[in-house]
Ligand binder design. Structure first.
Ligand SMILES: Nc1ncnc2c1ncn2[C@@H]1O[C@H](COP(=O)(O)OP(=O)(O)OP(=O)(O)O)[C@@H](O)[C@H]1O
Ligand SMILES: [Mg+2]
Length: 262
């Protein structure tokens, strides 16, 4: 399999149903691969296509391994939003971390713009709204992403955008809430109002907003999920494991039409 350095590594992943395919992208200390996840083997079997970000800590500086990576993992296990990339499972084996997540079929926004040129204003309105809602959710959870850029915005097959790459993100320690932008500033802006369908929140977006308040409370009380090591396997440490019925929070958002998909 591409991206793997030993047979034992390949075996450990395939024993859990994961198979890596081709490379999709590369960042500073990570490589991202297309992956296939097989489950329900006893019951005729199903597969699901995912993306896997592999972080090799032996190739990364100490600062990244001790500070930034633990923050990324800690945040990834706590967030869940329709406009943020859905993380399926996180494993650690030896010096490597494997983050299996939803595969974004249309790549990242930078690639997309380079390939297809400027985004129409109508599509930009839809995407800005989705990004603003995702960022609002993070801020409500006291999380600052700190690396928002086109490369870290992914596009699904339905042309919905998902915020990705929490490699620089962190929990804010002394939040001055008054200085943060509020989602109303985006949703109620005249520019957004040019498409009246965009003013409303759909059920998934509303639910995520409520969930953010509860998530923040759990974080402050110290009762939130943590990426603490949970050894359940001789070979691998599982930080998060997706279940087969763990519905990928894919949005078929009626209030945010997919203009490209027409
Ligand atoms: N779920 C995904 N589906 C499709 N492509 C992806 C996915 N995740 C990442 N990619 C591609 O891989 C690239 C690198 O991923 P990511 O931004 O998470 O890592 P990174 O930049 O190495 O992170 P860091 O900045 O923490 O080092 C993205 O810009 C994108 O092109
Ligand atoms: Mg990146």
């Amino acid at each position: 399999m591409p991206g793997l350095t030993s047979i034992s590594e390949e075996l450990t992943l395939s024993n859990r149903g994961y198979k890596l395919m081709k490379q999709l992208g590369e960042g500073s200390y990570a490589k991202v691969f297309l992956a296939e996840y097989s489950f329900n083997k006893a019951d005729s079997g199903s597969t699901k296509i995912l993306a896997c970000k592999i972080i090799d800590t032996s190739k990364a500086p100490r600062d990244f391994v001790k500070k930034f990576l633990p923050r990324e993992l800690d945040i990834l296990v706590k967030i869940n939003h329709p406009h943020i990339v859905h993380v399926h499972s996180i494993f650690q084996r030896k010096v490597k971390y494997y983050i299996f997540m939803r595969f974004a079929e249309n790549g990242d926004l930078l690639e997309f713009i380079l390939k297809r040129g400027a985004i129409s204003e109508a599509q930009a309105r839809v995407w800005l709204r989705q990004l603003a809602l995702g960022i609002q959710y993070l801020h409500d959870m006291d999380i600052a992403h700190r690396d928002l850029k086109c490369e870290n915005v992914l596009i699904t097959n339905n042309y919905n955008v998902k915020i990705a790459d929490f490699g620089f993100a962190r929990f804010v320690t002394e939040p001055d809430v008054t200085k943060r932008y509020r989602i109303e500033q985006v949703l109620s802006s005249e520019w957004m109002a040019m498409d009246p369908r965009l003013a409303q929140l759909n059920a998934a977006e509303q639910a995520a907003m409520v969930e953010a308040q509860q998530g923040k409370r759990r974080h402050l009380e110290g009762t939130a999920k943590t990426a603490a090591r949970k050894a359940t396997d001789e070979e691998m440490t599982i930080l998060k494991e997706g279940k087969e019925d763990d519905k990928d929070k894919q949005m078929h958002n009626l209030s945010t039409p997919s203009l490209f998909a027409q």
